[in-house]
Write a protein that binds this ligand. Structure first.
Ligand code: FES
Length: 92
């Protein structure tokens, strides 16, 4: 599992491969804008923000540590060996 930041049409997106799934999410933390890909994954596969350690589920952006924020997530489609990311957020 690895966090990777990329840019699609000028929009910075974080990517995570966990098992057979690839998740796409906003590159900046909804709390105070830290780079999510400078964070890490906890034992449950949640993204831990590097600044204040809030945790987010990459599947739906839910703030699992309970501070009330929501990380934008984007739909991902794997087409042969390409990763397609829908730039409309699934939860905003
Ligand atoms: S900037 Fe991410 S938890 Fe504060």
């Amino acid at each position: 599992m690895k966090l990777l930041e990329t840019e699609i049409y000028g929009k910075k997106i974080g990517l995570l491969k966990r098992g057979d799934h690839i998740y796409a999410f906003a590159a900046k933390c909804p709390h105070a804008g830290a780079r999510m890909c400078d964070g890490w994954l906890d034992a449950q596969g949640r993204i831990v923000c590097p600044d204040h350690k809030y945790r987010f589920d990459p599947a739906n952006g839910r703030n699992t540590s309970g501070e009330g924020y929501k990380l934008f997530t984007y739909p991902v489609d794997i087409r042969e060996d390409e990763i397609w990311v829908g730039l409309m957020s699934t939860n905003n």
